[in-house]
Ligand binder design. Structure first.
Ligand code: ZN
Length: 236
């Protein structure tokens, strides 16, 4: 298992770790470390990129994935040197990209808060796409006269931004998660994110620390199709 340090601190952009294994699979070469700050793509959020360096090699990380066994695979290539097992390495993520991803992802949660604040309880969030290009959240349920909700939603979500609500992440044991009805990977602890004043939800993504940090948001489009409402948003 790789220790997921990014769950503890969104803003940590460098870390000392130990290189444990070089794995080659269908996706290419991947380094496995004892711990990582690289976010593996998942939950609608893209992976981080950056580099893993030591005196012996520089490995450029372009894609990151989490296996079912809890290993973080850092895919990429050596730009200098080559693999030696067990070396102490330094991880450096693209901090600008990380912050954009954390803002876009946090904005998706804030959209849920705005939907709930407006009493649109017929909508239940099912899926988020938090890539910087065209992010959206999909809800099970229908929003009648959907385009008339663009302005009220945009007003509400930006009110919540200005309220500078604190965003907190914490861990629950598998048992606590089950008791509270929070999603967790089977048999594992759950990471919960909560926006001050709103119900928490299980999420393994990276979040900024308060809503003001997300900045002003735009509601781009609301589309209703086959019982699903998709609300597209963007950072301004
Ligand atoms: Zn999240």
């Amino acid at each position: 298992m790789t220790e997921l340090i990014y769950l503890q601190d969104t803003y940590l952009s460098t870390l000392e770790a130990r290189a444990q294994e070089l794995i080659c699979d269908d996706f290419g070469e991947a380094l496995v470390l004892d711990k990582t700050i690289f976010y593996p793509q998942g939950g609608g959020q893209p992976s981080d990129s950056g580099e893993i360096v030591c005196d012996t090699f520089v490995f450029e990380v372009s894609k990151v994935r989490l296996t079912n066994d809890g290993l973080v695979m850092h895919y990429g290539e050596f730009s200098s040197g080559g693999w030696v097992e067990g070396l102490a390495v330094e991880l450096k993520i693209d901090a600008v990209k990380r912050l954009v991803h954390a803002k876009v992802h946090s904005a998706g949660h804030l959209l849920d808060c705005a939907v709930s604040s407006l009493g649109l309880n017929q909508l239940s969030p099912t899926k988020g796409f938090h890539f910087p290009e065209g992010p959206y959240v999909e809800y099970e349920g229908i929003l009648e006269d959907s385009s008339s909700w663009i302005a009220p939603l945009e007003k509400k979500i930006n009110e919540l931004v200005l309220q500078d609500l604190e965003i907190q992440g914490y861990l629950l044991s598998a048992e606590q998660a089950a008791n509270q009805g929070v999603w967790a990977p089977e048999g594992k602890s759950a990471r919960v994110v909560s926006f001050d004043g709103f119900q928490g939800c299980g999420c393994g993504g990276t979040h900024v620390s308060s809503t003001k940090e997300i900045g002003e948001l735009i509601i781009r489009k609301i589309k209703v199709k086959k019982g699903v409402t998709r609300i597209a948003y963007a950072l301004k």
